[in-house]
Ligand binder design. Structure first.
Ligand SMILES: [Zn+2]
Length: 86
């Protein structure tokens, strides 16, 4: 049985930085005292990071190597940092 917090869906928006400032403040306060949200944030952080990289590469007009990007969301195998950018 899984107990979920109704606010946990907000974690994704929070991590993607799309919350309104008032919601952001409220959610931060809530997440500080809610183990479900804390866990949700911990779980989603790698995904959010991946999406940010993905978005940045698309915006930069770079060819997106999804398999390489997916390496970023694997918690235990972080590939060596490669900065191959002109
Ligand atoms: Zn919560």
């Amino acid at each position: 049985m899984t107990v979920t917090c109704p606010h946990s869906v907000t974690a994704g928006s929070y991590l993607l930085g799309v919350l309104h400032p008032s919601e952001l403040e409220e959610y931060r306060r809530h997440a500080g005292s809610c183990p479900h949200c804390e866990r949700e944030i911990a779980d989603l952080t790698p995904v959010a990071r991946f999406l940010k990289v993905f978005k940045a590469e698309i915006e930069a007009g770079e060819e997106v190597d999804v398999s390489l990007l997916l390496g970023h969301i694997r918690p235990r195998q972080s590939p060596p940092e490669e900065s191959v950018r002109d």
